[in-house]
Design a protein around this ligand. Structure first.
Ligand code: ZN
Length: 236
């Protein structure tokens, strides 16, 4: 079967030859697909929109002798506002890079795909603070990739943490209480309100997580994801 149709998001693109691009697509069923998109840089090419970063579409792929090619594409969502705002764009790029680090060819990743598509939609079209969208994305991302942080007990003494802050430590897979954390970096501290918001995001999702904390622990979650995946993620 040389033709396959799949929904996919464009995570990466690079110019190739005079008018072509190589796209890295993220498909919920096929995982990572690197595909040649022929002629898409010609003016009036029907594949122009299909070869833009973060485009969500129904891609028809043709498997040739050595490579996969985009035959056609029905664009579902271009997430156009992401291209107009540098800050939104850098957050979307962080999410895309995180997914690129974990998806594999021919490996289903339906939940991660849904997380990314929803998060891009929130970034592009909703009023939620950008920092909150990306922090919640990273928390769900580490959870889906097998590194869910334990947010209810101190990893060192086992004590249940009530309405209090704690340190978030990648090497402990979760939290460390104030009295156990004498040796840990101060910047890994989560306040009581940050911690309770993260717990709510995990259990109920960002839309029902309630009041946002004064500041969002975005950088801390980015570092947590970096440490667990043993990879570099772009800074914000
Ligand atoms: Zn402790």
């Amino acid at each position: 079967m040389p033709y396959r149709t799949t929904q996919a998001l464009v995570l990466q693109r690079s110019d190739y030859r005079e008018n072509d691009r190589i796209l890295t697509l993220f498909s919920p069923q096929l995982g990572r697909v690197d595909a040649l998109c022929r002629g898409c840089r010609k003016p009036k090419s029907p594949l122009m929109a299909a070869s833009e970063l973060f485009t969500l579409g129904e891609y028809v792929l043709f498997t040739g002798k050595s490579k996969e090619m985009v035959q056609s594409c029905g664009v579902v969502e271009a997430f156009y506002p992401l291209r107009l705002d540098y800050e939104r764009l850098t957050h979307a790029a962080l999410m895309a890079t995180a997914c690129l680090r974990v998806i594999q060819p021919e490996e289903q990743a339906g939940h991660l795909f849904i997380l990314l598509a929803r998060s891009l939609r929130r970034l592009a079209f909703e009023d939620l603070p950008i920092q909150a969208v990306t922090t919640a994305f990273l928390l769900h991302f580490v959870t889906l990739t097998g590194y869910k942080p334990r947010l209810n007990h101190c990893a060192r003494c086992g004590r249940a943490l009530g309405e209090e802050g704690a340190y978030l430590l990648a090497q402990e897979d979760g939290l460390c209480c104030l009295s156990c954390g004498k040796d840990v970096p101060r910047h890994s501290w989560l306040s009581d309100s940050q911690l309770s918001w993260l717990r709510q995001v995990l259990v109920r999702g960002i839309d029902k997580a309630g009041e946002l904390p004064d500041s969002l622990p975005l950088e801390l979650l980015r570092q947590y994801a970096q440490a667990k995946l043993e990879t570099r993620l772009p800074g914000l």
